[in-house]
Design a protein around this ligand. Structure first.
Ligand SMILES: CC(C)C[C@H](N)C(=O)NCC(=O)O
Length: 472
């Protein structure tokens, strides 16, 4: 096992990551669905070539907002080893990505993995293609050294994580007593460290994603010819959006803040003890002021409280130039991150009722439609579980330090389903850097994190094999 610590898988991982990043597997863009299907085939092929028992599971279709349907990308499942005397871990990851265009401000082509000063730039490099490959390479490393895997390893790789993991809940439920029946633990590496120190993640926020559509005239109108005569959908929409959150970050939708579990003294203490440099954080994101100016408040609002984000407005004029149009129909996209004890079904009602009541006060003749398109619950783990002890030991072994125990502000929709449906314990083991730029321009994975992360996964498989069977 110690041989791995000096084992450097120099060329093949980078080549694989380049191939994977080259595929524009954007799950949010229906035009890219063929690429996404190809990406799933590629992931399956990679695992097949390694001798895994691989299946591409059909999970049906998704319904689009306009009522049409689209085939969902198949889910890849794979298995390496089935020794009943060993633990079985199931690694979950995704190979779909967020949209990216060079003209968004990328320094390099987002789909051409580019190595600059030890950083590998490309869309999906950190979220989540390199971490998935790092797990695959961990298995390959055992194979390359003709060593038995210390645990049986299964994979579940999906292609819809970035848009709410459509179809995966049903697949997990359907395979609970088959594929998942012998799984002891679930491992997810789809998040990042908080600083340069490795971290183990024990909580994620959920997410409720909304479309708010305001529809007025039957077509776009000239603002000079018609401006002043019609009640404009965009004005209505901006008016209602402005009632969601105050400038100081207070959510104004009745019932949302009241549902949140209070921050315990223990949590407060944990946040207090985490090393986190606020100046560094500000510099990283390029702002000179944050919403909160003390560490505990900032971390709590990053991980532990809900937040509203307005992402964009479909139908609004956004090209360069000065088009003078009154858009006839505009659709705002906004989301609310979920924390314990919020319930997406309740949030859906609270948001819809609130926006309709605010809209009604405007006495507008336009039509408002509010739809919730993603409703993902938050997830929380028990950090006392031996999985976390194993994680600490693997971090110590490879990075020679103690990891931070952190939560994640982002959402991994399926984490909670895994926990609720399979009843298995989950650990999140990020290898992404704190400055990887997920969903943003110039996303990257550092070579250091990629290679040391692979060694860390190798070490973790060994550490998990040491957990006594009764702790499952
Ligand atoms: C940092 C997140 C947990 C990474 C994850 N892949 C993601 O982006 N999820 C969707 C989200 O909007 O949080």
């Amino acid at each position: 096992y110690c041989r791995f610590l000096s084992f450097r898988p120099i060329s093949f991982p980078v080549v694989s990551l380049r191939d994977w990043v080259a595929i524009e597997s954007d799950s949010s863009n229906v035009q890219k669905r063929a690429d996404l299907h190809r990406m799933m085939e590629m992931a399956a092929e990679k695992l097949r070539l390694m001798g895994g028992t691989v299946e591409l599971v059909d999970i049906g279709e998704q319904e689009l907002p306009d009522g049409t349907t689209l085939t969902l990308p198949k889910v890849v499942t794979a298995q390496f080893g089935s020794d009943p005397n060993k633990h079985t871990v199931c690694v979950y990851g995704h190979v779909d990505v967020q949209p990216a265009k060079l003209e968004d401000g990328w320094a390099t082509d987002p789909y051409n993995l580019t190595d600059i000063n030890g950083n590998l730039y490309g869309r999906g490099a950190s979220d989540n293609k390199a971490p998935v490959l790092a797990w695959i390479h961990a298995v390959q490393a055992y194979q390359a050294l003709s060593m038995d895997l210390p645990v049986n390893v299964k994979f579940v790789i999906e292609g819809m994580e970035e848009t709410g993991s459509n179809g995966l809940d049903a697949m997990i439920l359907a395979q609970r007593d088959t594929f998942f029946s012998d799984v002891d633990y679930i491992i997810i590496s789809d998040c990042g460290w908080l600083s340069r120190r490795p971290a183990l993640t024990y909580g994620t926020r959920g997410n409720c994603y909304f479309f708010a559509e305001v529809e007025g005239p039957k077509q776009d109108l000239h603002s000079g010819v018609y401006g002043g005569t019609v009640i404009e959908p965009m004005t209505d929409l901006i008016g209602i959006l402005d009632t969601l959150i105050s400038p100081s970050g207070k959510i104004l939708i009745p019932g949302i803040r009241e549902a949140v579990a209070p921050l315990s003294d223990e949590e407060w203490k944990m946040y207090q003890d985490i090393q986190f440099d606020m100046e560094n954080y500000k510099n990283k994101i390029g702002v000179n002021q944050l919403m909160y100016n003390n560490k505990v408040d900032l971390l709590a609002h990053m991980w532990r409280y809900p937040t509203v984000t307005i992402h964009g407005i479909e139908g609004a004029f956004s090209d360069p130039g000065t088009k003078t149009v009154i858009p006839a129909k505009v659709t705002a996209k906004f989301s609310i991150r979920q924390v314990p004890n919020m319930d997406p079904a309740m949030v859906k009602k609270q948001v819809s009722d609130y926006l309709h009541s605010v809209f009604a006060k405007r006495k507008s003749p336009n039509k408002l439609k509010v739809t919730m398109v993603i409703g993902a619950k938050p997830w929380l783990a028990d950090t006392q579980h031996p999985l976390y002890e194993a994680g600490k030991a693997a971090v110590k072994r490879v990075f020679d330090m103690e990891p931070d125990l952190i939560r994640e502000g982002g959402t991994i929709p399926i984490a909670r389903t895994f926990q609720d449906v399979t009843g298995k314990s989950i650990i999140m083991m990020p290898i992404g850097g704190f400055d990887d730029g997920l969903h943003s321009q110039n996303e990257k994975m550092s070579r250091y994190n990629y290679i040391e992360g692979t060694k860390y996964f190798i070490a973790y498989l060994h550490e998990v094999s040491q957990i006594t069977k009764t702790s499952v």
